[in-house]
Design a protein around this ligand. Structure first.
Ligand SMILES: Cc1cc2nc3c(=O)[nH]c(=O)nc-3n(C[C@H](O)[C@H](O)[C@H](O)COP(=O)(O)OP(=O)(O)OC[C@H]3O[C@@H](n4cnc5c(N)ncnc54)[C@H](O)[C@@H]3O)c2cc1C
Length: 368
């Protein structure tokens, strides 16, 4: 079977790698291999066990995808002969309210049944291991840290390194990639059967396919409009910072989370800090990065980790998260009225986390 995947961010790349093991795969991306959309802006935090949710479809996707990473990373490293920047030191979630910390005991029990270990640390235990967080507080209310939840099984991965490895591994399995090739339309098998598409078309070529996977992030919406089945997906902007500390930190170096901020260690000296969540004033309108929100993010990070106060800013950036309108993220389903089109888009804030499980779900949709 020849499967065409439109979009080569982390989601398209994960699907390409998975399907290339058993099918002929062809992938198109509108941009060059070194330009990235949402994937290039992401922090790569794989936050699953440490979410407060106890059950539900979304939690299940998160936990399953996190587990898939444990085999995916060594598999990719073996195929590409590269070492991937995969942080196995877990996620530390700071708590500023005793009641909130207590509520985690219930989550801890449920996670244990689901196969995940959470540790609840009182303030003294937290500061014993993480002395640089001794003055951690909420930036606005100034409330001090009362403890933390530590999830040793949550992870972080560099999203661009991961996507590049997925592409290389898929190529080694025979997948073909065409960059700088926006897909602009489709051809049906005949006028009598408009719901079976036989070709994906760029401005210059028509590529024969048996299945089409729309993994184009924000670009999926216009493609579904072309097919007269609009799936609304709109941008939510995120800004982030890359900082270098004056004094390197000693291990352990988990991702630190608190006050809606992730502090992501890249090495002993450098961290990524993110991310703002900025909506447009009207649904569907463009979103401009707000410098005040970036400043506020920076201040909240310093309130958590005072050693960041004199860190140098190496870089700031922003990206657009693809968010489904008035329905939960992500969208992984057959496009209504078409027999051979699957939408795998709208992963909003968790596309890196959910990429491996998305690939599995797409595979199931192709075989149903
Ligand atoms: C600041 C920030 C921080 C984030 N942090 C995290 C995090 O810590 N953890 C996490 O899990 N997620 C995070 N995310 C979310 C994550 O980035 C997204 O959910 C994910 O990257 C979506 O991947 P994608 O492949 O669907 O989309 P994209 O990466 O946007 O890729 C879509 C691709 O489709 C291509 N395309 C579009 N239209 C066409 C067309 N017509 N023809 C051909 N190609 C086309 C584009 O060129 C693009 O390369 C973050 C996002 C932001 C902005």
């Amino acid at each position: 079977m020849r499967i065409g995947i439109i979009g080569c961010g982390v989601v398209g790349a994960a699907i390409a790698f998975d399907l290339s093991q058993t099918h002929q795969v062809i992938v198109w991306d509108a941009q060059s291999q070194h330009q990235w959309q949402a994937t290039g802006a992401a922090l790569g935090v794989l936050m699953a066990a440490i979410t407060p949710k106890l059950k539900g479809k979304h939690l299940k996707l998160r936990l399953e995808s996190l587990q898939l990473y444990e085999t995916l990373i060594p598999e990719l490293e073996a195929i590409t002969v590269l070492s991937l920047p995969y942080n196995r030191q877990g996620i530390l979630r700071l708590c500023f309210d005793g009641d909130e910390l207590n509520r985690w005991h219930k989550t801890q029990q449920v996670r244990a049944q689901q196969g995940f270990h959470l540790e609840i640390l009182e303030r003294e235990q937290l500061l014993h291991t993480y002395s640089h967080l001794s003055t951690a507080h909420l930036w606005e209310s100034k409330e001090s840290v009362v403890g933390a939840v530590y999830s040793p099984q949550d992870r972080q991965i560099d999203p661009v390194a991961l996507s590049t490895a997925l592409i290389t591994a898929a190529q080694k399995k025979g997948a073909e990639f065409y960059f700088n090739t926006p897909i602009t339309g489709f051809k049906p098998s005949s006028e009598n059967d408009p719901q079976f598409l036989t070709h994906a078309c760029s401005s210059t070529e028509s590529y024969p396919v048996d299945w089409i996977i729309l993994a184009a992030g924000l670009g999926s919406m216009p493609l579904t409009t072309t097919l007269k089945q609009t799936v609304p997906i709109y941008p939510v902007l995120g800004q982030a910072l890359h900082l270098r500390r004056q004094t390197p930190l000693l291990e352990p170096m988990p991702v630190v989370n608190g006050d809606q901020v992730h502090i992501v260690p890249i090495n002993a000296s450098e961290v990524w800090v993110g991310a703002t969540v900025e909506f447009p004033t009207e649904v569907g309108e463009a979103v401009e990065a707000d410098p005040n929100q970036l400043t506020n993010l920076h201040q909240r990070a310093i309130a958590l980790d005072a050693s960041l106060a004199n860190a140098n800013i190496l870089k700031t950036w922003s990206g657009l998260r693809p968010r489904p309108h008035e329905r939960p993220a992500p969208i992984i389903e057959r496009l209504p009225d078409y027999r051979n089109v699957v939408v795998a888009s709208g992963h909003y804030r968790n596309g890196v986390l959910l990429a491996p499980i998305t690939a599995q779900k797409v595979r199931q949709l192709l075989s149903n």
